[in-house]
Design a protein around this ligand. Structure first.
Ligand code: DAK
Length: 254
């Protein structure tokens, strides 16, 4: 098994561990990643997921170039469909996802980080979309997701130039949300995951839907959606539990 998935105290940890190829995504790894996502997506005990690469050097160095090199058009499109399906499944997980990036996040690896809700990187991490140097374009959702996250100008700069950027540069353009010292990466990720895992799971789920769907339409549509979902929170016992605990000056446990 190359993709390991463990769940502990509400936090699912998915590790892509293929060090010989810098965790590159071949069809087998993509299928294992899909299996891991399928396993956790309906589990009520999972409140947040962390996705990371095994080893010191790499998050994920992209799609497996050796496997892709000799694909015919039909195989290429099958590979692309599998990748897009897996990445969509990651982005549609009902709870937050955190990409924990210790090293290279390139091509499909950068796109996997983009499919997550939040990205935390080590100061040693490096990011890039090198596809145009290989005669292809990002194909796992990179073009629309990157442009939405960092704006079309920065996305075009990164994709057209195929240049690698540092963690500090990635932070500067909003490609990652937090950069920490390499030795603090796991601790920082767990701290964030634990903070999320102690909050109302329904509220966190609803907030994710409101933010993601709210970005799809106009501001007015987003506000209407937010109002509807806000109302829905009052159908959940967690709203009563949370507010009652506050009023009674008790610590809340969801
Ligand atoms: N695929 C396969 N093997 C890879 C790999 C990759 N992406 N990246 C690294 N490796 C392998 C190397 O070949 C090497 O294997 P051996 O020679 O030891 O057998 C081993 O990992 C160690 O790599 P290096 O020796 O190159 O290590 P360095 O420290 O010198 O360099 C590096 C690290 C990350 C800078 C370098 O390995 C590198 O540039 N790797 C390639 C990065 C890259 O170009 N990634 C983008 C891949 S393209 C699609 C949708 C999406 C995609 C495609 C199609 N459809 C819709 C159809 C996505 C495309 C991509 O992601």
């Amino acid at each position: 098994m190359t993709v390991e998935c463990v769940v502990e105290r509400g936090i699912a940890k998915i590790v892509i561990d293929r060090p010989k190829a810098l965790n590159a995504l071949n069809a087998e790894v993509l299928q294992e990643l899909q299996n891991a996502v399928t396993e956790i997506q309906n589990r009520k005990d999972v409140r947040v997921a962390i996705i990371q690469g095994g080893g010191e050097k790499c998050f994920v160095a992209g799609a497996d170039i050796a496997e892709m090199a000799n694909l015919d058009p039909l195989e290429g499109s099958e590979f692309g469909r599998l990748g897009q399906k897996v990445f969509s499944a990651v982005s549609e997980l009902p709870f937050p996802t955190i990409a924990v990036i210790q090293g290279f996040a390139l091509g499909g690896g950068c796109e996997l980080a983009l499919a997550c809700d939040i990205r935390i990187a080590s100061g040693k991490a490096r990011f890039g979309q090198p596809e145009v140097g290989l005669g292809i374009i990002p194909g796992f959702g990179g073009t629309p997701r990157l442009a939405r996250l960092i704006g079309p100008g920065q996305a075009k700069k990164l994709i057209f130039s195929a240049e690698m950027i540092s963690a500090a540069q990635a932070l500067g353009i909003g490609l990652v949300e937090q950069v920490v010292a390499p030795e603090q990466l796991n601790e920082a990720a767990m701290k964030l995951a634990q903070a999320i895992a102690t909050k109302s799971p329904n509220a966190v789920h609803f907030a994710k839907i409101a933010i993601n769907q709210g970005l799809e339409g106009s501001l007015e549509e987003g506000m209407r959606l937010e109002a509807g979902i806000f109302g829905l929170c009052f159908a959940s016992p967690e709203q009563k539990v949370g507010m009652t605990a506050f009023l009674e000056k008790r610590t809340v446990e969801f």
